[in-house]
Ligand binder design. Sequence first.
Ligand SMILES: [Zn+2]
Length: 249
Amino acid sequence: MLKRNQFLIMSACAALAVAGCKQSDAPADGDKEAKAEKVAWGYGAEDGPAKWGDLSEDYATCKTGTVQSPVDLPAVDAAKTIKVTGNYGAASAEVENDGHGVKASFGEGFTLTSGENTYDMLQFHYHTPSENKIAGKAFPMTAHLVHSDKDGNLAVLGVMFEEGEANAQVQAVIDNIGKKVDIDVAAMLPSDMTVYNFKGSLTTPPCSEGVNWHVLTTPVTASKEQIAALNKIMGDNARPVQPMNDRAI
Ligand SMILES: [Zn+2]
């Protein structure tokens, strides 16, 4: 179980392409993943989302997958049946720019409960602009909180950012890249935990499927300057929306 866990945590890391997450003792399953991580990818014309599926056979799911993320979500909230509870607070996080985005990693303690399932939070990271859209609308920024259950199944909670009041938690991240800092995860989220809930994938190579996706219907704010500062550091790091196919939301 531990090995399986390691493999899937690597997948989560791949979602952010976290250099620091590479594990030398990768299990058999992870060998493929480890190799896949060596093939460089990005968001440019030559190495961007349209090319990911061709860059490596290990990224084939980016091209052949049928439940890929992100997606354009409907305007009406159709996800009211799932009860989502976040057990988040303030804790020390390790902040880094891994070359694909800015990420804050946490130790144990924070959890997301979605229906019957409880997941431990591993990290959150930002995308500018948002990856998922709501009724065709992209937001200038999103944060993805990445979680894993004890068996290594992944769940992501996405929160959209609009331009508005400055966000103290976002500022703490911006000011502490490459360092440790206390971040209040709860303070970065809206009080209303209504979500869209749908099946999806990692939004970065290897685009592995089986991710339990949640996007909060209520956005939060960050200032124009904060969003611009993160975009300057990360560049545009959003995969375009993928076909919904016959997915239920
Ligand atoms: Zn993400």
